[in-house]
Design a protein around this ligand. Structure first.
Ligand SMILES: Nc1nc2c(ncn2[C@@H]2O[C@H](COP(=O)(O)OP(=O)(O)OP(=O)(O)O)[C@@H](O)[C@H]2O)c(=O)[nH]1
Ligand SMILES: [Mg+2]
Length: 310
């Protein structure tokens, strides 16, 4: 997807890149809920990856492209790595681990509030053996005192020695420019792969489905969001209006009335919250038609998972 199609194209596209222009793919890894998607959005300055206070929000690999004067990085936001039991969660963890085979560098995001957990130890083990240049982003420093960071940093240095640790806040943006500089230093000299106004390889349809899923994550409780998937049935541009038809698939019949709410109130709230963000992202008016459908066992069925990119 592009941002602002009228931006600076011609001039800069033909201008020669500096001889030391760097480029490459970078995986953003970490356990669930540490702020990987928030970091991607902060780096891009646009929201392309959905965020929620619950773990296991991101299910797919999401690429964001950041072009700077000195280089271009293709950042891969990934699902959180954890000891997964269900088929859906195992597939998600596989997506994250597989991203390592496509990248030149890794940013390991660690949660300064939550501290180091068993999943972090597993990740350190994976990264220690991977041979990729790795930076550690110690995130959420807006909420902890400096004194509390030190023991976490010491533990990280034990788990994965000799890697630069950059304390950041993905939420406020504090030290994120410094992190970007450090990422760039670790990439090889290379070409600019994408036009500089390109933001992501995700389609508008995919982002629309994700934004709807985010609103379900934010507005429903317990296991409901985890048993929910969203697909876009139709996406039509009509003059200055985009008409989107989407289906919320829910694993259980009993979740359907909760998602729909009294006289459709809950579904209406989900729809209007998603529509508002879609209008901002697409830069035009959006008409969103949402329906809820029961799809028993979709998260345990490999064919259904494949339909959702897993
Ligand atoms: N205070 C604070 N909260 C943050 C920061 N970064 C992320 N969060 C919050 O942490 C929660 C999880 O953020 P996400 O970006 O969805 O985390 P994630 O690592 O992508 O999570 P999964 O996709 O589930 O693996 C959200 O409530 C964010 O607002 C930060 O720098 N400071
Ligand atoms: Mg995420």
């Amino acid at each position: 997807m592009h941002v602002d199609p009228k931006s600076m194209h011609g001039e800069q596209r033909t201008a020669a890149l500096p001889a030391d222009f760097r480029s490459g793919f970078v995986s953003i890894l970490g356990r669930p809920n540490v702020g990987k998607s928030t970091l991607l959005n902060q780096i891009l300055g646009e929201k392309i990856a959905i965020v929620s206070p619950r773990p296991q929000t991101t299910r797919n690999r999401i690429m964001g492209i950041k072009t700077l004067a000195g280089g271009q990085m293709m950042l891969l936001d990934t699902p959180g790595i954890h000891r997964a039991r269900s088929l859906l969660n195992r597939r998600m963890v596989d997506v994250a681990k597989r991203s390592l085979s496509d990248v030149e560098a890794v940013v390991w995001v660690v949660d300064a509030i939550g501290g180091i957990r068993g999943d972090d130890q597993d990740i350190a083990g994976i990264l220690g053996g991977s041979g990729h240049p790795t930076l550690i982003a110690l995130n959420k420093i807006d909420t902890v005192s400096k004194g509390r960071l030190l023991p976490v940093m010491a533990r990280l240095a034990e788990l994965l020695p000799d890697r630069e640790i950059v304390p950041i806040s993905a939420l406020t943006g504090e030290s994120v420019p410094l992190l970007m500089e450090e990422i760039l230093k670790r990439l090889p000299v290379g070409p600019r792969y994408f036009p500089e106004d390109e933001l992501t390889d995700q389609t508008e349809r995919f982002i629309a489905a994700e934004l709807i899923r985010e609103k379900v994550f934010l507005r429903t409780r317990q296991e409901i969001p985890y048993g929910t998937a969203v697909s876009v049935r139709s996406f039509e541009e009509k003059n200055d209006l985009v008409v989107i038809g989407a289906t919320i698939h829910t694993e259980r019949e009993s979740h359907k009335p909760i998602l729909i709410g009294k006289r459709g109130a809950a579904l209406k709230e989900i729809g209007s919250a998603a529509r508002e963000e879609l209008e901002h992202l697409l830069g035009c008016r959006v008409y969103l038609e949402l329906t809820v459908k029961t799809a028993p066992g979709w998260s345990r069925d490999p064919r259904s998972l494949a339909a959702f990119g897993l």
